[in-house]
Ligand binder design. Structure first.
Ligand SMILES: [Zn+2]
Length: 51
């Protein structure tokens, strides 16, 4: 189960589009967006091409 890192709530809505991938907190007092930290592939590719 997903848990919001900001408020600890468990009511989250999965959200994904071409630029964002994560969970949107549905707690009325929070409503923050937690970006998924699972995709680091793009960043590592940038590091390689930077060399
Ligand atoms: Zn929250």
């Amino acid at each position: 189960m997903w848990t919001c890192p900001y408020c600890g709530g468990t009511h989250g809505l999965p959200f994904q589009d071409s630029q964002l991938d994560g969970m949107l907190c549905l707690e009325p007092d929070c409503g923050r967006f937690e970006e998924s930290s699972a995709d680091h592939d793009d960043l590592s590719q940038w590091d390689i091409t930077d060399l």
